[in-house]
Design a protein. Sequence first.
Length: 451
Amino acid sequence: MPRALLSAFMLFVYNVIAQTQNVSPEHPKPPPKAEIPSLMERETLTDHWFGAGSLLEERGVSFSCELTHEALANVSGGIRRGTASEGLLDFGMTLDLEKMSGWKDGTFHANGLWIYGVSPTAKYVGDLQGVSNIDAWDTVRLDEIWYQHEFWGKRISLRLGQLAADKEFAVSEYSGLFLNGAFGWPAFIAANAATPAYPLSTFGARLRTDLPNSFYAQAAVFDGDPGDQQINNHGTHWNLNSRDGLFSIFEVGWAGAPKIAGMELPGAYKLGVWNHTDSFADQLHDQEGGSLADPSTTGNERLHEGNYGVYGLLDQMVFREKATDSDDVQGLGVFFKAGSASEDRNLVSLQLSGGIHYEGLFPGRNQDCCGLAVTRVEVGDHVRLFDCDANFYNETGAPLRGNETTVEMTYQLVISPWWTVQPDLQWVFHPGASSATGDALVIGVRSKIVF
């Protein structure tokens, strides 16, 4: 009996050791429990929707929600002094149809926007370029809803639905740090033609192909009139007709990370052209060739068929702190963006933007980003000549519209992976491209939370 008990005990000890060391295939070692990250270490505030998000992503469903809120104060110049508070909640859903149903290479996406608050540009600054890139009419609206299919080993993709051109065209990674609207969708397009860009989108199609050696080409065509923000205030006012014309845009580029002096320095270079087939009014002449400022004019502008422009931009890292770590991109980057449009039918004929961007400037703050940037727009000759004529006929000496320049300094502080706080300062010279409005000094702070 003791021998039987001893044998049973030894067998029990052997099984315990075997399970602990995972030597028996029949009794594998249980996986260790995953550590739950602390609140400030999470990637998102809700930790991927309290764990449900990861399970849904495995099944092809992913949700996103991001809140941006800011307060910007005009402390000098502009229209008047004052503080504007505004915000944007961007919420969306993306479906991987292959994971969900076996439909290969198909993706569905939809997202909406909740925009609220006071416009700092309209109420206090009066600038052309917009001191905030989230400034828009207060509403809840549908932003994008599209289906995308990929071909030829995912090297070609076709996207169809309600689209926004500024999500994929004329995009600079480094300039995305800044708050001023001109560093996003360029003013020489936004101020001149009705285009599908924040907060408006419209029906369209986009085709993209990834070419060898890190080159790519993409083109898109859209309905030429996304509507007015107040009329199409929910993003669901669709009025497709031939009178709106078509807006099209084409872009080619290269994006890679060549080795220079032993360091991989990521960069991107892009060239684009855009065209709108609608009719556009001359900024100076009426149908008879006279000045629109002449009291005897009929007031009927000379119409031009179509509108067009070109642009180019670059992003380039010029210094990298750790050359051997491909995941660490601390260092200095620069960007430059330029674009022009015809002067006779457009308010803005030229835009030049550029700046520097540094990630991890201070020790222990490796993910923080800071930057300094400048953007300048020039109004066309026909706009200035109209102002000259208006002074002549009205016997006034009002300042002529010429250019507007904004200098922006900003620092993005990463509090946690899901929360950033960004103090910002902007000097706006000649708001509205006119010296009639005093130079504005705008200070503020933006907070962004990823749920």
